[in-house]
Structure formats: C-alpha cells, structure tokens
Design a protein around this ligand. Structure first.
Ligand code: GLA
Length: 742
C-alpha cells in the first residue's frame, strides 16, 4: 500500500517506488512534517526525524519544527499556511489531529479543477481531519500520492463547525518544510510578450515571493516555483517543484528562517483573497502539486508534463492529435469579410492546415478594439450569411472551424453595457480603469455566468464549431462585486475565478467535442487551472522565433509541449520587428502545438512549398513531439544567451528530434558540439537534418552513429569556421535520430 499508518507513532508514510512523504501527529496533536524526498523503506518509525527536544508544545517555540499545516500565533513565526480571525477577534488557531482515513484513488474538489485518476489504483489519498477546539473550525487536509509518478498533491477544505463567523486571512494549498537552506529558487517571470523567463538564484535568509494580484495568474509570474540544489543540473540532482492548480491571484513564497531551515508555501494571495465562513459553511482551497526528482530540473518537468497531459487535461481532445491551425489574427486583424476568410481558409487547406480559426472581430460591430465585447452575435456587415454559412464553406474545404471569444469582458461601447452597466467590475460612483477600452464582467455574479452560458452557448450551437480560443485581455482593477455584501468583498477575486471555472465547466460539458484553447493576451493565464478545461494555451502574443525560444524554454519547465500554442507568423515580426527565416520560425514552433498566424494568400510559391513541407514534416512527427520525453539541452538564459537547444525522445528511445538554434552568427567559431540525452546508449541511430542543406553541418552529421557517442560526444555544430559564420544570423536545425537497432 502506498500509504502506511503506524498507529503507535501516529505516523503516515506515503510512498511509491521513487518518493516518500512522511508526516506524524506529535504528542501535542499537532501535525508535523517529517520528510519529503527519495523513497524510504516502509515498515519503519521515522519520528526521530523531528528532534524530540522540540516537540513539547508550550515549552518551546515551534520555530524549527517542520509542520504539515502551519498556523500562526502559537510559537511558529515562519510564514503560515492557514490563519484566521475568529468571531471574537482572536487569531490563535490550534489545529489538533482528530482522525484520518485512507482511500484508493483521488477525490475531485468541489468547484475547482484538480488532477485526477482514471483508475483508483493510480493513487491513494489520506484525509486528515484537524480541529481547533476553541472555535470548532475543522480542516480536512487531503494528501494524495500517485503510484507511478513522483507526485504528491495537497489541498484542504475548511469547515466552520462553530457558532460564530470565521474569517480565513491566509489559506495556502501547501506548505513544505525542508531541513536546510542549501537550495536555489527558480521562478518563471516576465511580462506581456515575454512570459515565463527563468530566474534562478540561491536562497538567502528572509523571504522571497512570486505572486499575482492582477485577477489572473498573470504574465508576470507563473504559479510555480522550483527548488534545486546548487549542484543540480537539467539532467541530474535533487529538485522539488510546487505548482498551483489555480488561475487567479496567488502567492508562492520561500522563507529561510534564522535556523537555516526552509518553508515553501503556495496558494491564494492572502492580501487579496480572504474568506468569511459562516457556521455550517466551508471553503475548498485549491490543489498544489508537488514533484520531487533526483533526475534534475528535467526530471521535475517530465513528471509535470506527463501528469498535466494525462491526468489534468480533460475531455475528448486529451489524447487526440491536435490539429494544425491557421489563425486569422495577425493575417487580417479586424479587416475581413466572408470571402476573405474563405480565401484564407482555401489557402490554409492547400498548405496542409487542419483547422481554420476566426479570431477577434466577427461579432457586434467590431472594427477595432473599442467596441462590441459582450455582444456575442455575428456581425452581419462582415458575414452577411451568418456563421453557419461560413462554417459550412470552411468545412467543405475539409477544414475544422474555430472561433475566438472573450466572454469575461465588455466594452463600454456595446449593447450589453447599455443594458447591464452594473455587471462591470467596479465600485459605483468611483472612476473605473478602462484598459484596452474594456471593462471586466463580474464573474462573481451568477447572473453574469448564466447570461454568458446562454449567449456563448447560442453561438456554439449555431454551427459545427470545433475549437474555441477563450481570451481574457486585461487585468482586474477596482475590484468590487456589486452582488456581494461589504463583508464579502475580500472574496471577490476568488469568487471571480469560481465563476470562470463554472462557465468553463458548463460549456465544456455541453460541448464535449470542442477543443478549447485558453489565452489571456498570450500567456497571461497559462496555468494548471486553465489546463484542466482547455488542454492547450496560447503561450504568448510574441511569435518572434528568437523571443519564442526563451518563452517556450521557460514554459516547458512545467507545461507539456502539446499544451503550448506555437505559431509561425509573418516577418518583420509584429511584436519586435525582427525578420527571421521561415524555416527558423517553424523549427521553433514545431516544439509546441503548431499553427500559422499570417495571411496565407500573401505567401509566394517558394514559401507555399516550404510551408507545405513544414506541415507535412510536423504531422508525421507530432505524436513524438507531444508525448515524448522533453530534454532541455542549452539554455537561452545562460552563458552568452546566443544559443538554445532541446530535444524530444520517444519513450522507447528509438526516435528523437533535436532542435538547435543560434541567434547571432559569430566570426571564427571553434569546434562546438551538442551532447544529447535520453538515447539508448547501445543503439545505432541514423542522423538526418531538417531543413535539407548542402553544407558543412549536413556533411558532418548525416551518418549512422551510436547513442553512446551522441550522448558523450555529441552532434557537430561548428568546425569549419568560414562555412559556420557564413550561415548568418537566426539559424535553426532539427536533427532527427532513428534507431537502426532491432
Ligand atoms: C489577444 C490575443 C491575441 C488576439 C487578440 C485579439 O491579444 O492574445 O492572440 O486573439 O487578443 O484581440
């Protein structure tokens, strides 16, 4: 059994073949954390891992004791997991163990997305009930261990069994205490058009926080942190990931205390999310997913990729190959009519695309971004025969049809705003920020959710729509929910997210065959919460091939390639003005979920042939790209930041694709090699290169080679100085390795 209970020591040991997670009920009834790391033998008492001199409550400050569910006010001065204000104004919370139960499988969380099992044998869950005797506040702490993954998930449900209101002032999903501070913290940081850049720095005394208070998980920080040992690399060494299955305001924080122990925590942002629980009511706190690996940062990523692909994403598209799409946005923006779209779709079909996506501009009277959000009826000026006719024409070409929506928003210039100004977020009488000329709809109001289900549902019902890109293009300012009483305004941000999840759940249930892609001005809400409903996300509005290397490299720390929308767009690039070769743009987008975002009618014959070749190449290999083991080889955030390399290897090791990219050409390069990973050392591989080129790299690499030497010596990138430098800037090559061994 993966969860072992030792009655004498009151110890719970969760384990599988690779990891152990141990907790223990102390004599005082407090739940202590004993261990998280490589597998420990079962059948043993590990209570000595918490030094006994520390465990006599009220005699000793609790500071150095590792806690499973730390609270404040009783001698633990580190950052807490749960804090409250009781009806009498007091804040002490003494959570004492009452009982626990162990069950097969993993229960769903009420109203919130979470990882799941398809079969109960895949995981085991312990629910521990802890109660504060003074107030009768009850916590049900859920901890699940997967049988075949180095993954532990945490969440809790807080119930008020007392007689007075209790205000939750901090509610984190997980806290993890570690016995030393010799770690580096990695976070994913950025801004619009440069999301998920890796920041990696050693821990120092005090606290470091990444957070969002913008109403969504945001472009600026991702709800994810990773701790690695100083010696840990991509391929080896200890690393721990903490990822939050939530799409709203969050906080992830690491504290190094005066005794050089560490507490990491992740959950709701406590400054902007507080919750009042009236007697008899409860609150479900989101799920945190912890991964431990001894196979380096790459080992942590691999566990997240597989879990999020296989047991977080839901719906009929989860395991299906995702269609290569052509999106209309950068090609024509708001400027189109039915014939333009059909011409674009016809050209897209000729290129080999499988899905035509009509982006912004099809509804209300929307000729630019100043109007019509909220009016989800087709603009008959542009599409006089309506959506069904357009969809039919696109379907007749042999393409699926997809549509952009931004349901959570309203323009002041819209019919919806005229009729329901009170549905826009903001305090009546105070000025409201208009960002991108739009307001946010109050998703904490059930009437808004009902309305959106009806109008968006009508659109999706009106024609055979196969794909929806669900956008969310601004942050939330002046937070206030008009339908909430004053004492519940602190709940607004979370209630907003519950409304979004509710709408997603209703629409995905009603339209199970639609493939949803989430988007928030690119990667402004690229998080596990969204992934549970929309199995792919628009990674960034930045489609420049050089910027994308960084964005996709960082995103891959947590999110699988199949979930990463990656489009080839026109040059000069619309975000940064850079012109990169067409094949370089594709070579980056291949390591994601491939699409094109340009006007295909404008491609010349040579470009058409190249794109046809790209799409055909990708279709043959997308299964490998999306389900293989991804290895990051060369980081664009390290060294001279001039190169990036990564590879995907099939699980049986027989087939691999290596992407190598160089930004600027340098004169007189010395010999340079790219060492590979994850191959079968005993196998012989045929090495080929995409795109074809009669050059030195081809001559040096296209041959049969052993997996052993490819991993210990590597591919040849430069040698003949003149030929190397003459290749110019923005180079990309894909090396394909196919095993010849039986
Ligand atoms: C956002 C998205 C883009 C596009 C526009 C349309 O910026 O990220 O891809 O859909 O909105 O307005």
């Amino acid at each position: 059994m993966p969860i072992e209970w030792r009655k004498g020591e009151r110890q719970l040991h969760l384990h599988n073949d690779s990891i152990s997670y141990v907790m223990r009920v102390l004599e005082s009834g407090t739940l202590a954390h004993l261990y998280c790391g490589p597998r420990l033998a079962s059948g043993h008492d590990y209570s000595h891992l918490v030094r006994s001199s520390f465990i006599s409550r009220f005699n000793q400050v609790l500071d150095p004791i590792p806690m499973e569910l730390p609270t404040a006010g009783s001698g633990d001065f580190r950052v807490p997991m749960l804090t409250v204000r009781h009806a009498d104004g007091s804040t002490v919370l003494d959570l004492i163990y009452r009982e626990h139960s162990i069950t097969a499988g993993k229960p769903p969380l009420d109203g919130l997305p979470s990882t799941y099992v398809d079969d109960e044998a895949e995981a085991e869950t312990v629910e521990i009930v802890l109660v504060d005797g003074h107030s009768s506040l009850k916590v049900r702490l859920l901890t699940t261990i997967y049988a075949d993954r180095p993954v532990v998930t945490r969440s809790m449900r807080v119930t008020n069994d007392g007689t007075g209101d209790v205000k939750l002032t901090t509610a984190m999903s997980a806290a993890l205490d570690l016995p030393d501070s010799d770690w580096h913290l990695l976070q994913l940081t950025g801004a619009w058009a440069r999301e998920t850049h890796i920041v990696d720095a050693p821990l120092v005394s005090g606290t470091r926080a990444v957070r969002s208070q913008r109403g969504s998980s945001g472009h600026h920080q991702n709800p994810f942190i990773l701790l690695r040992r100083p010696s840990t690399t991509e391929a080896a060494g200890e690393a721990i990931g903490m990822s939050l299955v939530y799409s709203g305001n969050f906080l992830a924080q690491v504290e190094v205390d005066p005794y050089d122990t560490v507490r990491a925590r992740i959950g709701f942002d406590p400054e902007t999310i507080r919750w009042q629980i009236t007697p008899g009511m409860d609150l479900q706190i989101p799920e945190a997913v912890l991964v431990w690996s001894d196979d380096g940062i790459g080992g942590v990523s691999d566990a997240y990729h597989r879990l999020y692909r296989e047991r977080l994403a839901t719906g009929s598209w989860r395991d299906k190959p995702r269609p290569v799409l052509l999106n209309s946005w950068e090609g024509v923006y708001f400027d189109f009519d039915e014939d333009t779209l059909v011409e674009m779709a016809t050209a897209a079909k000729d290129l080999g695309a499988e899905l035509f996506v009509l982006d912004d501009g099809w509804f209300g009277q929307r000729d630019d971004d100043t109007s019509s959000l909220g009016d989800w009826t087709v603009d008959l000026r542009k599409l006089p025969s309506g959506l069904p006719e357009l969809v039919e024409r696109v379907n007749e070409l042999g393409l699926l049809f997809g549509l952009w929506i931004e349901p959570e928003m309203v323009n002041p210039r819209s019919r919806l705003f005229e009729e329901h100004a009170e549905w826009a977020v903001g305090f009546p009488g105070r000025p409201r920020s208009e960002l991108r000329n739009q307001y946010v709809l109050d998703m904490s109001n059930i009437d808004v959710v009902d309305y959106l289900e009806r109008v968006v549902g009508n659109v999706l019902n009106s024609a055979p729509i196969s794909y929806v890109k669900w956008d969310m293009n601004r942050v939330i300012t002046e937070p206030y929910g008009a339908s909430l009483p004053p004492e519940r305004q602190n709940e607004f941000f979370h209630r907003y997210m519950l409304g979004v999840y509710d709408l997603y759940a209703r629409l995905t249930e009603r339209f199970p065959d639609i493939l949803f892609e989430s988007c928030a001005g690119g990667g402004g809400r690229n998080d596990p919460g969204m992934l549970a409903f929309a199995p792919q996300a628009w990674t960034s509005d930045d489609t420049d091939a050089i910027e994308r290397q960084r964005i996709q490299y960082g995103t891959s720390l947590v999110y699988p390639l199949v979930a990463m929308g990656a489009h080839v767009s026109d040059v000069p690039n619309h975000q940064v003005g850079r012109s990169t070769p067409l094949d370089t743009r594709a070579a980056v987008a291949f390591f994601g979920n491939l699409g094109y975002e340009l006007d295909p009618r404008k491609l010349d014959d040579v470009e058409v042939e190249r794109v046809q070749g790209q799409i055909a190449w990708y279709k043959e290999r997308r299964q490998l790209l999306h389900t293989g083991r991804f290895h990051r080889l060369v980081s664009p955030f390290e060294g001279d930041r001039n190169e990036t390399a990564w590879m995907t290897v099939a699980d049986d090791g027989r087939h691999a694709l290596v992407g190598w990219y160089r930004t600027l050409s340098r004169p007189m390069p010395g010999p340079s090699l790219l060492r590979l990973r994850g191959l079968d050392p005993g196998a012989r591989y045929r090495v080929t290169i995409w795109p074809d080129a009669d050059d030195w790299v081809t001559r040096a690499n296209v041959m049969e080679r052993g997996g052993d030497e490819l991993m210990s010596q590597g591919l040849f990138l430069d040698d003949h100085a003149w030929e190397s430098q003459a290749r110019g800037d923005f180079q990309a090559r894909i090396f394909e390795l196919e095993s010849l061994s039986e």
